[in-house]
Ligand binder design. Sequence first.
Ligand code: NAD
Ligand code: TYD
Length: 336
Amino acid sequence: MKILVTGGAGFIGSNFVRYVLKTYPDDQIVNLDKLTYAGNLENLAGLEDQKRYAFVRSDIGAEVEVDAALSAGDFDAIVNFAAETHVDRSLQDAQVFVQTNSMGTQVLLDACRRHKIPRYLQVSTDEVYGSLGPEGKFVETTPLAPNNPYSASKAAGDCLVRAAVGSHGVDAVITRCSNNFGPYQFPEKLIPLMIANCLEDKELPVYGDGMHVRDWIYVEDHCSGIDAALRKGVAGEVYNIGGNYDVPNLEIVKTILRVLDKPESLIRFVKDRPGHDRRYAIDSSKIESQLGWKPSHTFEDAMRSTVDWYLGNRDWIEHTRSGEYQTYYERMYGNR
Ligand code: NAD
Ligand code: TYD
């Protein structure tokens, strides 16, 4: 397959690029990424000389740039990871979220039609379903009910994909995954932020009472799920992907402290996130039964290898936390 991966310099995209190049010796990837604050070519170190891999710095919202990337060859698929992804940032400035996550998706769908791309995969999130009560899990037919600008902009993207299938016959599938963790995750998200702070014996800021529940999946399992949906998924279908490990945030933070042998006194409860979704849990039985996917990592093992990765890549942490990150951290946590 020849795939245009967008957002491949970010956390999940870079893991996916590595996964595909390793799993399919004949596949080729062009990685189109704008390199926002979250995009980092260090995530792709070692791939620069691979003949099967090329990088293009472009914006998915810029039609001319997308056309130029696609006109280079016969692509079999576009896999769209490119997005603004942090809920807390979306609460401060939502416009860029709509531009990239909603408008950018439409630009890619239009390009699919113009260039007759046989398959489009939209990487989406369980957050489009909104918050659950104390019981139940998200299934693919759960109504969309996003509660923050990030999830609303992703839900709009999903609706545009659905419309492109229904109105124009674009061959597209959508995956909706739960919270990922693993190597190369930008340390604004819960798990890498807590690991990075622990390494410096800094306070661990837990929002509200710490009892908000998320389902956690190791990034490599998400990549294999996307791959299954890309190669075997049915056009127009949505596939939920989850790790079957839904627990309160406080439990995640305590696990990190245990693995790193740090004291629970580092935990600091801080002011809650506005509109904070209380509980996510996801049912992945559709992709398991229809496409034969299942996660292959346990949470405990995956958390240990994630911590080991951060311990072994302190330079990477230093680089990602220099510059803009310091301003962001101060603004977000300084007076919280
Ligand atoms: P990330 O923030 O680590 O990376 C996003 C990447 O997209 C960066 O490389 C950035 O430079 C690039 N990008 C942003 N705007 C762009 C634009 N306009 N044009 C081109 N590139 C642009 O994100 P991530 O955590 O790797 O998430 C990837 C995708 O997976 C997103 O679509 C996200 O909604 C989805 N997702 C993430 C999670 C999670 O837990 N992180 C869970 C489910 C779904
Ligand atoms: P996050 O990693 O931002 O992912 P999302 O909001 O997309 O689920 O947050 C995961 C959970 O952790 C969420 O309930 C918010 C909480 N959280 C904290 O308690 N403290 C933090 O510093 C961060 C970043 C998140």
